[in-house]
Design a binder for this molecule. Structure first.
Ligand code: CA
Length: 231
């Protein structure tokens, strides 16, 4: 599962070009044609990164970036500004809005994906594409594949996110509340025992290759993924 990128651009041709290239690079893409539409998308689900056009009808990209920086929920959302202007002053203003990077049109798709990768690595390493490997179990977030040797394991989206989080934070005990926060995301209200349900499903799938023992129950505390035997 590649990083979820929200592309905010009012020109359909550029929007399509960007979307095609990001999809090809393995990202998930959501589109918004105005800042107002982008706010609704962000309210529904927080993206991993936002590509934000400067000149938009209605609220400008810069105004949206400023607003996002003021809100606790979106304060750390990585933002790459897109603009047709290339003046130095504009760059300074763009960076003062809290944008993480600045891409001037016309840009090459390769340049854009390279910039996205760099910002994600720096700001949201969980969304960067590196595969994780623990105890012979391999998870590749970019291709959404989980495998053990030659065997491929099919996981549901929640189990995949859960395993991804556990594999990128191994050896630590995570409470159910922490897992809900990290895996189910913000402002999703589900009961703590939902975590147990998905842990059970995840273990059932991992049992196919004998990797269910990687997920340990820490009584009274939560869960831990560890390649070391439980003591
Ligand atoms: Ca525009």
């Amino acid at each position: 599962m590649g990083a979820d990128i929200l592309v905010v651009e009012d020109e359909p041709a550029i929007q399509d070009l960007v979307a095609v290239n990001l999809l090809r690079a393995g990202y998930q893409v959501r589109k918004a044609f105005s800042a107002e539409e982008a706010q609704l998308e962000i309210k529904a689900t927080l993206p991993d990164l936002i590509l934000l056009d400067w000149m938009l009808p209605g609220m400008s990209g810069i105004d949206l970036a400023r607003r996002l920086r003021l809100e606790p929920r979106t304060r750390d959302l990585p933002i790459i500004m897109l603009t047709a202007r290339s003046g130095e002053v504009d760059k300074v203003v763009g960076l003062e809005t809290g944008a993480d990077d600045f891409v001037t049109k016309p840009f090459s798709p390769r340049e854009l994906t390279a910039r996205i990768q760099a910002v994600l690595r720096r700001r949201a390493p969980h969304a960067a594409e590196e595969a994780s490997c623990v105890g012979g179990l391999q998870l590749d977030p970019r291709t959404h594949r989980v495998s053990a040797g030659a065997a491929e394991l099919k996981l549901g989206p929640t189990e995949f996110r859960l395993l991804h989080f556990l594999m990128t934070h191994p050896e630590r005990v995570h409470s159910r509340v922490q897992l809900l926060d990290q895996v189910w995301g913000d402002h999703v209200f589900v009961e703590e025992r939902t975590v147990d349900v998905h842990i059970r499903r995840l273990r059932a799938t991992l049992a196919q290759t004998g990797h269910d023992t990687l997920i340990q129950t820490v009584r009274g505390n939560g869960y831990r993924l560890s390649a070391k035997p439980k003591n």
